[in-house]
Ligand binder design. Structure first.
Ligand code: AVI
Length: 340
């Protein structure tokens, strides 16, 4: 009995290997570039090794980190409306993590009693596999096709759809972790990955009081601090580094000029750190910081213009009662290139 159940789960699970044309080995070039820059930075994707992904899940449950539960509340309330507006479609989620919010969508699309296809994409293969198994258990008719990779790799590699329509899902305000030029490149990729008429569901964190924002990134249990420091541990493991985590402290503050929270790691001493696998070393002065993350907080009217500029028309926008968070359902428009 257990063996049959396991087989049927495996029948409904597919794994897409990335094509060989896309380099998969991490050369660490961006790490060197970031640490050699002024200010020093690190790409925030290095947060998400298996431990980092688990810590992020814990952040989402801290009392101070409002975005996850606020977005979840919006989805719970409006998922039936989303389903009504899109009809059945393949759900492709970028940065799926534990897919906790997507379960709300899967429930709502399940009501259509039509084939359910879910395509999660995440850099952490561990969390992707365990979540897929969990979902297959929970939804007996669901088919899951997983892809472990970065958004860029995944968007360039999306296989053709099993259903007529697709919806790309990008929740949790991860869009806010991209700087302006990365965001521009990302939205262009979304535009190119979708056919006219297909959908893009986007969750974004909105402007609010600085106190609330700063509390969310300085939780009292210090889970965010552990998450931030873990980026150094990840680099130690991946590139044979010798970052001493006790010689750095977590900093997170709002930058009003750029409308964003910034997370940094501040060096507590003068130190030289080596990354042997990259044949690289970096000197840090006491008090100097490495910026590890940007988390942009959006103004809806400006974001709407940005989306329209990428042929992504917001059909409907939902927020919570306090307008702390927004969920936008966009539809890919024809441009002169696709519909001459
Ligand atoms: C994933 N991302 C949207 C989170 C954020 O709020 O920018 C990452 C995070 N960093 C610290 N806390 C949460």
């Amino acid at each position: 009995m257990i063996a049959t159940q396991k087989n049927s789960q495996l029948d409904r699970f597919r794994w897409i290997p990335l094509s060989k044309s896309i380099p998969q080995a991490d050369t660490g070039e961006e790490v060197i570039q970031g640490l050699a820059g002024n200010p020093k930075t690190l790409p925030c994707r290095y947060f998400y090794d298996d431990l980092g992904s688990q810590l992020f899940e814990q952040i989402c449950d801290t009392p101070e980190y409002y975005p996850t539960r606020t977005e979840q509340g919006i989805l719970e309330r409006y998922a039936p409306e989303i389903v009504k507006l899109t009809g059945n479609c393949e759900l492709i989620e970028l940065g799926s993590g534990s897919s906790r919010k997507t379960r709300v969508l899967l429930e709502a699309y399940g009501q259509l009693e039509q084939p359910l296809y879910y395509f999660p994409i995440d850099v952490s293969e561990g969390i992707l596999r365990s979540t897929a198994l969990d979902l297959l258990n929970q939804y007996p008719t669901l088919r899951v096709c997983g892809l472990a990779g970065t958004y860029e790799q995944a968007l360039a590699e999306l296989p053709s759809s099993e259903l007529e329509n697709r919806m790309l899902i990008f929740l949790g305000s991860t869009l806010g972790n991209l700087d302006q030029s990365e965001r521009d490149r990302f939205l262009t990729q979304i535009q190119h990955a979708l056919k006219p008429g297909e959908f893009f569901l986007l969750g974004v964190d909105l402007q609010k009081s600085v106190d609330l924002l700063e509390a969310a990134y300085n939780d009292s249990q210090e889970v965010t601090a552990a998450f931030n420091l873990n980026i150094l541990q990840h680099l130690n493991q991946q590139f044979q580094g010798n970052f001493d985590l006790t010689q750095f402290q977590h900093l997170a503050f709002y930058n009003p000029v750029e409308d964003r929270i910034e997370m940094h790691l501040q060096s507590l001493i003068n130190q030289i750190v080596k990354l042997d696998a990259l044949n690289y070393q970096v000197a840090l002065q006491v008090g100097e910081t490495i910026r590890t993350e940007l988390s942009h907080k959006f103004h809806l009217p400006i974001l709407e213009l940005e989306l329209e500029h990428h042929a992504l028309h917001p059909l409907q926008i939902w927020t919570d009662a306090r307008s702390h968070f927004g969920v936008l359902l966009c539809q890919r428009q024809c441009t002169s290139l696709d519909c001459p």
